[in-house]
Ligand binder design. Structure first.
Ligand code: HAM
Length: 543
């Protein structure tokens, strides 16, 4: 047999019981918090029609999903669960008389991402959707749910950032960008901001380090890959310019000048020239912004068959300025007003954003940052958007993302229902627990281990074990017919607190010999008393 058959595909993992225990712990905490606020669990299929996911995000999403064909057409493994929930609502599967609907789900999702630490091709999401309330207190409740889960898990040091897509959309509409073009701009804008964020993060790590190796091999190769990608895009454009095929005026050639240092990044890193790399990173970030600006201005963004929107350079510059606004609410909101004014749709969006932030204080949520660079890759967001990061998780630090999406249900042919929600990455919550030393000690497989010392007493031992279980005691009975000494050592290994030893005398007298595995004390008691004794021992009393 080929060994490779046994190798798991990249980005997939098995979960032995110790790992599962961590996931169950997190999931149980999440369930408890969400149910405390009245949310009910639902489940949707693992795969759905490809078009369901592509409707809002366009064909580009294909390369990020696992797509396969069936007798009913193309299907995709779900990359997220909001679209399936919106489908459920739109097709009348949920009782709308109980509006707003309060729904949650926990389950696997699949993305054809490049795997790395914290980023998998199969991962678990725990999400919430609040459907049917347009009010800012709904946004605030949803954000509170997320922070409450983190509090219940005892996770500290998270960074909550809140932005608003309605403000960005209203700005773009005011500047004359057609609505469908706005939708097509959001995805690339998210890619742009996350790339800039990554370059900034690497820069920070390098500038803080004086020596040593501040980046692991994965991060260094990601840094090199990102810089090289920008070099490649630049070179392609320069070649086109030389051949007279570029739509970008030749006057911009100087901005795209090659920088040979990009080929030497590994060398620079190895010789510890971190300042030099920081300089390259700054240049690459600038170039990425300029390239995007020029491409959008001169090639334009396609938003339908034969329809292209060309964004004037000054609109792009103002958009970048808008997205660079970040800070506490009392600084960011006046800055937004100063940049955008207060009239029309933009003014309305700003007021709505302010109300949502105010409502957060009613739920006791404080210490967040307004960050207008949050645009979120999924294109259905229409209002408040938010992300929660644990910076100590490094590149894959985002544990939660969500926001308001008021049009999705209607776009799926359902009633007009405003909605807001989020999803946690459960795997990343587990990583955050591990890194902060907050994983609770694993529960042993059983509390009581029953040892029949010979074949003749199996009948009695198994019946007694069943009674112990009926009284709620987590009991294992040996199924291995081993010698007493071996059995006792197995009981220890399993972490059982007590062993019950059954020989012919116990069977005859209807008793159980209970042995405390810590103190090694033993008592022989009738069944009912033995159960009481075991319970007292487990509750911390003396045996
Ligand atoms: P998202 O930000 O794409 O939002 O995903 C939510 C979370 O899933 C992320 O914050 C991250 O923790 C986790 N995640 C995403 N991709 C991966 C991956 N490849 N490996 C491990 N974890 C990952 C959504 O999916 C929206 N549906 C959230 C939402 C609900 N918005 C409104 N309602």
């Amino acid at each position: 047999m080929e060994k490779s058959i046994l190798r798991l595909p990249r980005g997939l993992r098995d979960f032995p019981p110790e790992e599962m225990a961590k996931f169950s712990y997190v999931e149980n905490k999440i369930r408890r918090v969400l149910e405390l606020y009245g949310y009910q669990e639902v489940r949707t299929p693992i795969f759905e029609r490809f078009d369901l996911f592509a409707l809002r995000s366009g064909e580009e999403i294909r390369s990020r999903m696992f797509v396969f064909s069936t007798d009913e057409g193309e299907m995709a493994l779900r990359p997220e669960v909001t679209a399936p929930i919106a489908r459920m609502v739109a097709t009348g599967k949920l009782d709308l008389s109980k509006k707003p609907l309060k729904i949650y789900y926990i389950g696997p999702c699949y993305r054809y991402d490049e795997p790395q630490a914290g980023r998998y091709r199969e991962f678990w999401q725990a999400g919430v959707e609040l459907i049917g309330s347009p009010y800012p207190e709904a946004d605030a409740e949803v954000i509170r749910l997320a922070t409450r889960v983190l509090e219940e898990l005892g996770l500290e040091g998270y960074v909550l950032r809140i932005g608003d897509m309605a403000v960005i959309r209203a700005f773009l509409t005011q500047e004359g960008v057609p609505e469908e073009a706005v939708n097509r701009i959001i995805g690339p804008l998210d890619v742009l901001t996350s790339s800039l964020d990554k370059l900034r993060m690497y820069r920070e790590k390098l500038s803080e380090a004086n020596s040593g190796r501040p980046l692991g091999p994965d991060k260094l190769s990601d840094l090199i890959r990102r810089c090289d990608e920008i070099r490649r895009l630049k070179e392609e454009e320069l070649l086109k310019m030389d051949a007279g095929e570029s739509l970008i005026p030749k006057a911009y050639e100087g901005l795209l000048e090659p920088d040979p240092r990009v080929y030497r990044l590994k060398e620079l890193y190895e010789e510890g020239s971190f300042d030099e790399i920081c300089d390259v990173l700054d240049k690459k970030a600038e170039e990425l912004v300029v390239l995007t600006k020029l491409r959008w201005a001169y090639y334009g963004v396609e938003y339908g068959p034969g329809q292209t929107y060309k964004m004037p350079e000054e609109v792009f510059d103002k958009l970048m300025e808008l997205m660079s606004i970040s800070g506490p609410g009392d600084e960011a909101l006046p800055a937004l007003e100063k940049l955008l004014g207060r009239s029309g749709q933009v003014g309305q969006a700003l007021s709505r954003f302010e109300e949502a932030l105010k409502a957060l204080s009613w739920f006791g949520v404080e210490g967040f940052t307004v960050d207008m660079s949050i645009v979120r890759g999924l294109e259905y967001y229409t209002g408040t958007v938010f992300e929660i990061d644990f910076p100590f998780l490094g590149a894959q630090k985002q544990v939660c993302g969500g926001g308001r999406y008021d049009k999705l249900v209607e776009e799926f042919g359902g009633p007009s229902l405003p909605a807001v929600g989020f999803a946690f990455g459960v795997d990343r919550l587990v990583l955050a627990l591990e890194r902060s030393g907050k994983v609770p000690p694993a529960r042993p497989r059983c509390d009581v281990y029953v040892i029949p010392i010979s074949e003749e007493v199996l009948d009695y031992a198994i019946r007694a074990s069943e009674q112990l279980r009926s009284s709620g005691l987590r009991t294992e009975v040996s199924l291995s017919r081993r010698k007493l000494r071996e059995e006792l050592s197995i009981a220890d290994k399993l972490g059982a607190r007590l062993a019950i030893i059954i020989g012919p005398r116990e069977a005859e007298e209807g008793k159980l010999t209970v042995r405390d595995l810590e103190t090694r004390e033993q008592v022989s008691l009738p069944l009912k008393e033995a159960i009481r004794h075991v319970k007292a021992a487990l509750a911390g009393g003396k045996t």
